[in-house]
Design a protein around this ligand. Sequence first.
Ligand SMILES: Cc1cc2nc3c(=O)[nH]c(=O)nc-3n(C[C@H](O)[C@H](O)[C@H](O)COP(=O)(O)O)c2cc1C
Length: 191
Amino acid sequence: MKKYLVCITGASGSVYGIRTIKALIEGGHEVHAIVSHWGERVILQETGKPASVWQHELGLSPDQIYAPDDLCAAPASGTFALDGTIVVPCSMSTAGAIAGGICLNLIHRAALSSLKEGRPLILAPRETPLSLVDLRNLTALAEAGAAILPCCPALYHAPQSMDELINFVVGKILDRLSVKHTLYTPWRGIT
Ligand SMILES: Cc1cc2nc3c(=O)[nH]c(=O)nc-3n(C[C@H](O)[C@H](O)[C@H](O)COP(=O)(O)O)c2cc1C
């Protein structure tokens, strides 16, 4: 069993974050979570349910959820040994803060802790088009060791539903963590 931190920010695509938590729990892993204030707002907008309801449905206990303003919480410290931190979806605002080394909330601090400790950090941005500022921030983050994994589902597997599109991105996140899953069928060539 491994220990992961999933952070949901206020970019569109909150379901990617929710599904990532679900898939990691189903894989038997310990999952901790932080939802930014704008993440909460977008979750409500996109799913019609508040983050607290999702927390309950996912079976996350209160000690696995951290308030985004609580810089005293465990994930603020590099001593909170995580096997990976995933920010999904990752807003351009959060990407910019992390790229600038600025800790305005616990998500920024946890991401920067991952980088300083040399632990896996996956950022899943959802923005289009990308400005030069965004591209420079994402480049700086990649140079610092983060994996930039855009919420960008492929179409070559002929998805028939939104579920398949979402699962593809979540599957790519789990691939990057070397977590086994059946969220999509790997490409086997054209038959
Ligand atoms: C409905 C809605 C959708 C948004 N979608 C995006 C998005 O896809 N990408 C993005 O970078 N920001 C998006 N934003 C803007 C962010 O929420 C905003 O930059 C916020 O400051 C992000 O804060 P956070 O990173 O702390 O969550 C959206 C905002 C709203 C209200």
